[in-house]
Design a protein around this ligand. Structure first.
Ligand SMILES: C[S@@+](CC[C@H](N)C(=O)[O-])C[C@H]1O[C@@H](n2cnc3c(N)ncnc32)[C@H](O)[C@@H]1O
Length: 370
């Protein structure tokens, strides 16, 4: 790995960046085919996807991340989905992002967390005293943009009933000038800001190559794409513009937060293991037929091509026949084709148009064939 990517990884892995996963887990839930016989290896990010898996009651989940904050947050979301009662307390914590007794609530969850994560959360119960969703580097940056543009839930609500073209125009008119402001544009390009957005140098170059534009133009186009979706239910738009979820609708929050999923997740027998480290450490220590599913977020975009090839070979070696790989990318070209692995990874669903985070050019579900 090149030095600047190593430096990025070092700083990123020690920072609390995301409080939500910026991937459409409703789409994942629909096409992943996880069931009670499944064994899943997942890169967690902020954990909304891993917490969502529990309602399908897989046999086992191995959750990994190089970022201790993200892994600990995932563990807390999973423990809450499996053990926090009643639903209103669960929703207060992770739907609203605050609880009237956060310290007591977290204390109840501690026995369900691995030791290092117990230590992590004992020191951070105050995060849920006001809004958890205002915390983390991404949320703080979005908060600044919100303040500069006087964006809020009322403005977002006023857009919901406009037609698609009018929504996109309204968003471009209000947010475009903010992102194009020279100070903001320079800040958005800075290495620190890339950490805040979770885009490493490898992925930034891939993104600029695919978009054939500047980062600023990409961000403006990105908010236009988000505005093209149903704004009543797009929780990425709500977190960006309002700094919270739309609590008026159950289908406006990530699936793991909905009451019907909670009812299936509560007391689910799924065993979840947490590994703070690189996914390669987990893969290399595993034998054949260990996992049926691999959910990788867009982490392969952070890897140079030889490392992607090694990742695919390790997945092939450790997977069950008929298993599934889910990965996202900012590139047009599939990582499987680029690495000549089409015989072993067969695309059965491409969901980038349906992913309402609107961040990815590819959202690929592959079937593994040995
Ligand atoms: C790739 S980032 C990008 C953001 C992601 N799309 C999201 O919405 O949150 C997601 C997570 O992957 C983790 N990650 C990246 N490379 C990894 C690796 N080789 N092994 C384990 N975790 C990794 C990061 O720490 C981060 O928490």
């Amino acid at each position: 790995m090149q030095l600047h990517n190593k430096a990025f990884q070092y700083v990123f892995s020690k920072s609390f960046v995301y409080n939500i996963l910026f991937e459409d887990t409703e789409l994942d839930e629909q096409f992943l085919e996880v069931d009670e016989t499944s064994s899943v290896l997942s890169i967690t990010g902020a954990g909304c996807g891993v917490a969502g898996l529990i309602s399908a009651r897989p046999e086992r989940v191995d959750a990994v991340d190089i970022n201790k904050h993200h892994l600990s947050l995932t563990a807390l979301k999973v423990a809450a989905a499996q053990h926090l009662f009643p639903y209103s307390h669960f929703y207060d914590m992770f739907g609203r992002g605050w609880h009237h007794e956060p310290a007591q609530t977290i204390r109840k969850l501690l026995p369900h967390l691995p030791k290092p994560m117990q230590k992590h959360w004992k020191k951070r119960t105050d995060m849920f005293e006001r809004s958890f969703y205002r915390q983390g580097l991404t949320a703080r940056t979005l908060g600044l943009i919100r303040k500069m543009g006087k964006l809020d839930g009322d403005w977002l609500r006023s857009l919901i009933d406009l037609d698609q073209e009018a929504r996109m125009a309204a968003v471009e008119e209000r947010i475009g000038p903010l992102l194009r402001n020279p100070v903001v544009a320079t800040y958005m390009k800075s290495p620190m800001q890339l950490v805040t957005l979770g885009i490493n140098f490898e992925q930034r170059d891939r993104l600029l190559n695919a978009e054939k534009s500047t980062l600023t133009d990409f961000f403006v186009e990105h908010v236009r794409r988000v505005a093209s979706t149903d704004l009543a239910t797009n929780w990425f738009a709500w977190q960006f513009i309002a700094g919270e979820y739309n609590h008026e609708r159950q289908d406006a929050v990530p699936p793991y937060l909905r009451k019907d999923r909670y009812e299936r997740s509560y007391q689910a027998p799924t065993k979840v293991n947490f590994h703070h480290g690189n996914i390669f450490e987990k893969l290399e220590a595993a034998g054949p037929k260990t996992w049926s599913h691999y959910t990788l977020c867009d982490a392969p975009d952070w890897m140079p091509q030889p490392l992607q090839k090694r990742l695919l070979n390790e997945i092939l070696r450790t997977s069950r026949d008929g298993g599934v790989v889910l990965c996202r990318s900012v590139e047009d070209e599939s990582m499987i084709e680029k690495n000549g692995m089409e015989k072993h990874f067969q695309l059965y669903k491409e969901g980038s148009d349906e992913d309402r985070s609107k961040q990815y050019r590819r959202v690929d579900f592959y079937r593994i064939v040995h």
